[in-house]
Every structure is written in structure tokens, then in C-alpha cells.
Design a protein around this ligand. Structure first.
Ligand SMILES: [Cu+2]
Length: 147
């Protein structure tokens, strides 16, 4: 194989890999709990993997927030705290939830005011390099976990 073809097939493989996770993942009930001024918001969603391989969510990006982190709330001995999460695996033909009291996207330092009713785009990043941009609905602080 000559140099050009080798380069081309490497590029093709990269493009194919980049579409793998996002193509088999459905993101449902994507919403953000907006808290009063100064407090970080949290993003929640239900991830449904329709593929034959596990998919690992490793983070997210947004043009609306300066920092987005994958967190998990854990309660030990009556004390609630948050830990950083490196990856959230969605099993093959299974689901994983980001929901109040559990996994969430911590959304810090909004770059514009975000109020209930707004639609905010978050780009989910997966371990295989693929990404998927999802519209999250901003909801008030007192919104319940299930809508
Ligand atoms: Cu958090």
C-alpha cells in the first residue's frame, strides 16, 4: 500500500470509530436543574445503549458553561458529598442514568444567564472519541427528578 492510501485508510478508520458510540446511544429526558445565582447547575439524562458493545461516557463540553464535570453524589453515614467520575459505562443493550442524588454533569460558571425554559446544548464525550450534542431543557430548582 502506498503512503497516500495508508493515510487515507487511517483517516477512514478514525471517522468510522468516531461515529460508533454516538450512533447506538439514545439520550432521553435530558434536563438541567437551574439553581439560584452563584450555585452550580446539574445536568441529568437517561442513556440508552442500543448497540452490542458497552459505551463509556467520559465527560461533556458546552458553549454555555466554562466548566462541565462528570460527578456522582454519594451518601455515606448520612453525609452527602460529590466525587469526580472518570467514566460512566452504559452496558450493551442497557441503560445508565444521570439523575438527582446520583451521577450528574456539574455545570459551573455559566457564560450567559440560563433560566428555566431555556434549551442548552451539551456535547457528550465518549471513551472511543465519539461525541454527541444533545439539547438539555433548563428546569427550575424545585423540578422533580422524573418529569
Ligand atoms: Cu456535582
Amino acid at each position: 500500500m502506498n503512503k497516500f492510501l495508508r493515510g487515507l485508510s487511517a483517516t477512514t478508520m478514525l471517522l468510522v470509530a468516531a461515529s460508533v458510540s454516538a450512533a447506538t446511544l439514545q439520550v432521553r429526558h435530558a434536563w438541567i436543574r437551574v439553581l439560584p445565582e452563584g450555585l452550580p447547575a446539574a445536568g441529568y439524562a437517561r442513556l440508552e445503549n442500543q448497540g452490542d458493545k458497552p459505551i463509556a461516557l467520559v465527560g461533556a463540553l458546552s458553549a454555555a458553561y466554562r466548566a462541565v464535570m462528570l460527578h456522582r453524589s454519594v451518601t455515606t453515614g448520612g453525609m452527602s458529598r460529590m466525587t469526580m467520575v472518570r467514566r460512566l459505562t452504559v452496558p450493551a443493550h442497557g441503560t445508565a442514568s444521570l439523575s438527582p442524588g446520583g451521577y450528574h454533569m456539574m455545570l459551573m460558571h455559566p457564560l450567559r444567564p440560563i433560566k428555566p425554559g431555556d434549551h442548552v446544548k451539551l456535547t457528550l464525550l465518549f471513551a472511543d472519541g465519539s461525541r454527541e450534542t444533545v439539547e438539555f431543557l433548563a428546569r427550575p430548582a424545585n423540578a422533580s427528578g422524573d418529569r
